[in-house]
Design a protein around this ligand. Sequence first.
Ligand code: ADP
Ligand code: MG
Length: 294
Amino acid sequence: MSNLNNFSESDKHRTSKKDETLDNSMFNIPKDSEKGFPLLHISEQYYSFSDLIVTDEIKERLENVISENRSAEKLFSYGLKPKNKILFCGPPGTGKTLSAKIISSVMGYPLVYVMFDSILSSYLGETATNLRRIFDFIEKGKFVVLFDEFDIVGKKRDDPHEHGEIKRVVNNFMQMLDNFESRSIIIAATNHQHLLDKAVWRRFDDIIYFDLPDIKRRKQLFEKYLKVLRRSKDFTLDQLARRTKDYSAADITQICEEALRKSIINNEKIVTKDHIMWAISEQKRRKKTISPEN
Ligand SMILES: Nc1ncnc2c1ncn2[C@@H]1O[C@H](COP(=O)(O)OP(=O)(O)O)[C@@H](O)[C@H]1O
Ligand SMILES: [Mg+2]
């Protein structure tokens, strides 16, 4: 019982909730015909642009997508359409999913999340049916639709076993994208844009490339994510930014959280150089485990 009490005490300090799963049974969610699992997931998002640290250019392009879609009626009256098919590319952990959440939140459209992999069926032809069901669903409402890890399409293209079916899926997806008439905004995200060919690229209204953060952005990330605690005077944000060249925004988030946890568990109430250096070395170790060539 005391544990429970402790938990509710610490619960007060939780940061405000950013993702909220909507009651998905309210929607007639399309399901995979073979296995019956849901093909997409719907949630409500509570993020803002202040959550995102990227170059001004990326921010402007994201804001442009929002302002065009907000002025959709005006554009329609001139026979024009807002950009609503966007490709996000760039290395993992650079803010692609986060940006889709921000657009969903700012537009006030629920986020429809589709893991691209999950629509591939082992039955010939079923994949196309799954795709059709997803498009039928999203065309009926106003959603931000994230097709995540879209590169699976590119990745498997060279695999002789998968080749025929994947090629069909790519063609299907492209056709559906071409014929897509809806107020929903489609975002496809990939870490492997080099695997996508020109035919794929030109189907999108805009392509936004998320890069690893430069030194200025790394500094801002450390500042943002260390804010929870006071910082000791034995290090500067500049030093941290210089030590984390080639680290992604998500890496820096993890470093900060690791350092904060260490300090909080030890009841130190301040984050020191030791905490951070330890957290950086831990992140380096994790990165090595994931990709040994680093
Ligand atoms: N540009 C960024 N600005 C602020 N935080 C970021 C940024 N990129 C990533 N993060 C942090 O890392 C987490 C994972 O990032 P995510 O958007 O899922 O990366 P991606 O989809 O590009 O692989 C985010 O939820 C956020 O906490
Ligand atoms: Mg992602």
